[in-house]
Design a protein around this ligand. Structure first.
Ligand SMILES: C[S@@+](CC[C@H](N)C(=O)[O-])C[C@H]1O[C@@H](n2cnc3c(N)ncnc32)[C@H](O)[C@@H]1O
Length: 274
């Protein structure tokens, strides 16, 4: 199996990321921010902040008495996040290039921790989740979103099969699969010590104006990693074959399944009562 290197994949995908993200999962922001019950003055950590979509919205909710720290491993994503904050006039959100798996941050130093579509890129998901949980103060809230079953289906499966047929010797990396199953995600969360996590899966329909829209999505998503394994000629053939399949099956929408996880850390008082 080839390694999935999030830094190089998202460096390559950065230019297309915002377009793909706004097509593929605009719904996630509102639901996550709602579930986190963000309050004025909260201090927020956004692990794998990408282009700052969630962080800048969260900054608006905490107000200038609060703060947001966004960390991403891909420098181009951090540049996009800083630019987004600047355009929104947000001065209390900071963005740093870093690896959320290994960053040294003070335990119990945040009220809210969010990791939106990033945790599955960790080499050790259990340890990373445990670490994120430790960053929360008592009474703090954590939210994760992961790609669920129905990732961009039915096209992603067809695309993978066609790509795999051209890359026979290679095993295609799909790190998001590790957290796609809600029951497994619950086990992971429990192992990491999260208190009574609430999990839910929701399928969203992503309408395609045109068959070629799926390509825009791929370019700005983790699927970019698979396109990076092919030379231009092979890639062109894979794209044409996938689009022919989509036309033949009259595919006008994709299903995008999202897993949501919310957990709240007990306050010291409630911990003592238990
Ligand atoms: C699918 S994107 C999601 C971005 C953002 N959270 C959002 O919801 O728009 C995943 C992001 O996680 C980042 N990432 C992956 N592994 C990381 C790590 N170990 N440390 C920091 N960032 C990471 C990638 O660079 C990418 O920007």
């Amino acid at each position: 199996m080839i390694d999935f290197d999030p830094r190089s994949v998202y460096e390559a995908a950065a230019g297309d990321f915002s377009d793909a993200r706004s097509t593929l999962y605009p719904y996630a922001n509102e639901r996550v921010l709602d579930g986190l019950r963000i309050r004025p003055n909260d201090q927020i950590f956004d692990a794998g902040c990408g282009a700052g979509d969630m962080a800048v919205l969260a900054a608006g909710l905490v107000g200038e008495g609060g703060s947001v720290l966004g960390v991403d491993i891909a420098p181009s994503m951090v540049r996009l996040a800083r630019e987004r904050a600047r355009k929104a006039g947000v001065t209390h959100a900071r963005f740093l290039v870093g690896d959320f798996e290994y960053m040294a941050l003070e335990p119990e130093s945040f009220d809210v921790v969010v990791c939106s579509f990033g945790i599955f890129f960790a080499k050790d998901v259990d340890a990373t989740l445990r670490k994120l949980w430790r960053l929360l103060r008592p009474g703090g809230r954590l939210a994760l979103t992961t790609v669920g079953r129905n990732f961009f289906s039915p096209v992603s499966g067809v695309f993978m099969d066609i790509a795999q047929s051209r890359l026979a010797a290679l095993s295609i990396p799909q790190p998001w699969k590790i957290t796609e199953d809600l029951a497994d995600l619950r086990i992971t969360a429990t192992r990491a010590g999260l208190h009574s996590p609430c999990l839910e899966h929701e399928d969203y329909l992503v309408r395609l104006e045109d068959v070629s829209d799926w390509w825009r999505i791929i370019q700005g998503s983790g699927l970019r990693a698979i396109t990076m394994l092919m030379d231009t000629k092979t890639l062109g053939e894979v794209r044409t074959t996938t689009e022919a399949w989509m036309r033949e099956h009259d595919i006008r929408a994709l299903t995008f399944g999202i897993n949501y996880l919310f957990a709240e850390k007990l306050t010291r008082q409630r911990e003592n009562e238990q």
